[in-house]
Design a protein around this ligand. Structure first.
Ligand SMILES: Nc1ncnc2c1ncn2[C@@H]1O[C@H](COP(=O)(O)OP(=O)(O)OP(=O)(O)O)[C@@H](O)[C@H]1O
Ligand SMILES: [Mg+2]
Length: 595
């Protein structure tokens, strides 16, 4: 960029002068009414600062014209009649966002967030438009070098200026993408993943609830027949159809990975009067079984492991031990056999555990293949996710669509906890930062007060990441259409927000509460955003801005359907409907046919 100042104003761009100031807002009395129609909500204003080199930059929040009656010049022909005329009082309210200096030290054209000083009454105010606007928007991404740029689209107020966020900052302290259904969140996720793919060693795990990001791993052909290159590896949590012959890309999450609380949240009925006994026996047996696995083979681990350590054991052996308790007898005072201490007290616990263990929908947890009981198996799985190696994609899409909804929170929670714990225990200098993309977060990261025992487990894992993850290089990208149903603890830890069209009042209020008060005016426009339009706020961008997101190269499988048009083109397919009935019975999309 040349040495010239990028903002140069003359009388034609002068709006008026400062009329009133509070801590974050200024009221500008408009003197040049010609400019008023161009100063729409969202447009940028420069206010002359304390020195000639300094301008405070604000964003228009409100433009008003009030009509005022005032005494007019008396008519010389009728000097006794009091004439009244109506004159407009034009005003513009702006929020202060930053400070621009034409020169600071030896650096020219510097913009920083936050107003360094308060505007002074009567200072001149200018509208930033045309060449000034283009150069100013260009300045916003200028300080970012190639390794930090995360280009998301272009600014709504200046279509020629690319909206570039700081990729480091975007992920460093968690981000959220919020917007009503169909507003374009999944497409925004695809775009961000595409940008991350351009980094050599991107490390991202996507929690895909509807299998809609499968297209990133196996892109469908475009209309012109060309097929884009995949940018991610596709995995799935093994469904009922994957148990007998697990495919390469299926993940199992065997019961022994679950810690005590996670397991009990699924099996234990807290209202059962024997619940404390059941939990105690379960804990004691699991500890013993894990101890037996470690004995003689992994003595260093054995010395310090806990009941929560992920050490394999056989479920059948646990059941045997519980049965023994439940049927157990002991020698009574008179020497005869009487009921043991636990006799009959574990029956319901056992049957709940067996119920889960036999249900094929929970097969990924209770019916893992034999290899998943080997001690080394866990490390191999984690390596697959966190360090897949040369030639493999750093972006991993994990399809959770066949996981039953009642255990979805535990499954996502265990998954995230394990990866986080591994990162936690890894040598500091060897860690590669990674991000969890939590799509449809309201399904498994609910507001704590509304959460049941299972959901509380997942919340604990994710809330811990939200609070401490920064230090270990683990970040969350929370995506949801119902921000009011998503854990406040997690949302309030997010530092960057991409907010798309948001129509529901409750959701808007939640978003408003997450933002500083000064931005309330900017958020008023949320219900009016077009599909793919968003407000980008947070420390990844110097100015909160309305942007139009670029459409991703590979679209997720979530297109809005054209009902009217399709009804004119395509008849329903009876065979496909019948096949879907069988799929429903199987609870698995994995192809299989009975002869
Ligand atoms: N940047 C964009 N420009 C134009 N169209 C877009 C853009 N982003 C998304 N769309 C369109 O909007 C529709 C919905 O997008 P998407 O699936 O991303 O919504 P969503 O917010 O994830 O919805 P849901 O909450 O239901 O998952 C798609 O048909 C897509 O083509
Ligand atoms: Mg979506």
């Amino acid at each position: 960029m040349s040495d010239a100042s990028i903002l140069t104003f003359d009388e034609t761009s002068r709006l008026g002068k400062v009329a009133s100031v509070d801590t974050s807002r200024v009221l500008i009395a408009i003197e040049n009414a010609v400019l008023l129609p161009r100063a729409a909500v969202g447009s940028l204003i420069a206010i002359q600062g304390a020195t000639a080199q300094e301008f405070l930059i604000g964003m228009t929040e409100r433009v008003t014209r009030q009509l005022r009656e005032q005494a007019a010049q008396p008519d010389p022909m009728a000097p006794t009649i009091l004439a009244v005329e109506v004159v407009p009082d034009d005003a513009l309210r702006a929020i202060l966002l930053g400070t621009y200096r034409t020169i600071q030290g030896s650096v020219r054209n510097r913009f920083k967030r936050g107003a360094d000083s308060f505007p002074q009454i009567d200072r001149a105010c200018f509208l930033i438009e045309g060449g000034n606007l283009q150069r100013f928007m260009g300045l916003l991404g200028k300080d970012l070098d190639e390794t930090q740029r995360l280009e998301l689209g272009h600014f709504a107020i200046d279509q020629s200026a690319a909206a570039i966020a700081n990729g480091d900052r975007f992920f460093q302290r968690h981000a959220a993408i919020l917007g009503s259904t169909g507003s374009g969140k999944s497409c925004a996720v695809s775009l961000i993943l595409e940008r991350a793919h351009a980094r050599k060693h991107a490390n991202i795990v996507v929690f895909d609830m509807h299998g809609e990001y499968a297209s990133l791993a196996a892109p469908p052909a475009r209309k012109d027949g060309s097929v884009p290159k995949p940018i991610a590896s596709g995995f799935k949590i093994a469904g009922p159809g994957d148990l007998s012959k697990p495919p390469e890309n299926a993940f199992f999450l065997p019961y022994w990975l679950l810690n005590r609380e996670e397991m009990l949240s699924m099996i234990l009925d807290r209202s059962d009067q024997n619940a404390p006994n059941q939990a105690a026996r379960f804990t004691s047996h699991v500890r013993e079984l894990k101890d037996a696995t470690l004995k003689g083979k992994h003595e260093t681990v054995r010395a310090t492991f806990t009941v929560d350590s992920p050490v394999p054991y056989k479920l059948s052996e646990l059941l045997e031990k519980l049965e023994e308790d439940d049927k157990g007898t002991k020698t009574g005072a008179k020497g005869g056999d009487i009921k043991g201490d636990w006799n009959g007290k574990l029956t319901r616990f056992i049957s709940r555990l067996e119920g889960k263990a036999e249900d094929r929908r929970y097969g990924f947890m209770f019916q893992p293949p034999a290899v998943a009981l080997e001690y080394d198996w866990l490390a191999k799985q984690i390596v697959r996710l966190l360090s897949p190696g040369a030639g493999k994609h750093g972006i991993k899409v994990v399809d959770f669509s066949e996981v039953p909804s009642d255990v979805l929170p535990v499954v996502t929670g265990v998954f995230a906890r394990l990866l986080y714990d591994v990162q936690f225990w890894m040598q500091h200098e060897k860690r590669t930062p990674f991000v969890f993309v939590c799509d449809e977060a309201h399904l498994y990261l609910p507001v704590r007060e509304d959460a049941d025992a299972v959901e509380k487990q997942a919340l604990s894992s994710f809330e811990r990441i939200a609070k401490e993850g920064r230090k270990y290089g683990v970040s969350l990208l929370v995506v949801s259409q119902r921000p009011s149903d998503v854990s406040r603890t997690i949302l309030s830890q997010c530092n960057n927000f991409l907010i798309l069209r948001l129509t529901n009042d409750q959701d808007q209020n939640v978003v408003r509460r997450l933002m500083p008060d000064s931005l309330a005016g900017v958020l008023d426009g949320l219900p009016l955003l077009d599909t793919g339009e968003a407000l980008l706020l947070g420390d990844a961008i110097l100015l909160p801005a309305r942007i139009k997101l670029k459409f991703p190269n590979i679209e997720p499988l979530s297109q809005t359907r054209n009902f009217w048009q399709e009804w004119g083109e395509k008849a329903p397919d009876a065979a496909a409907v019948a096949a879907a009935v069988e799929t429903l019975r199987r609870q698995s999309r994995t192809a299989g046919k009975d002869v």
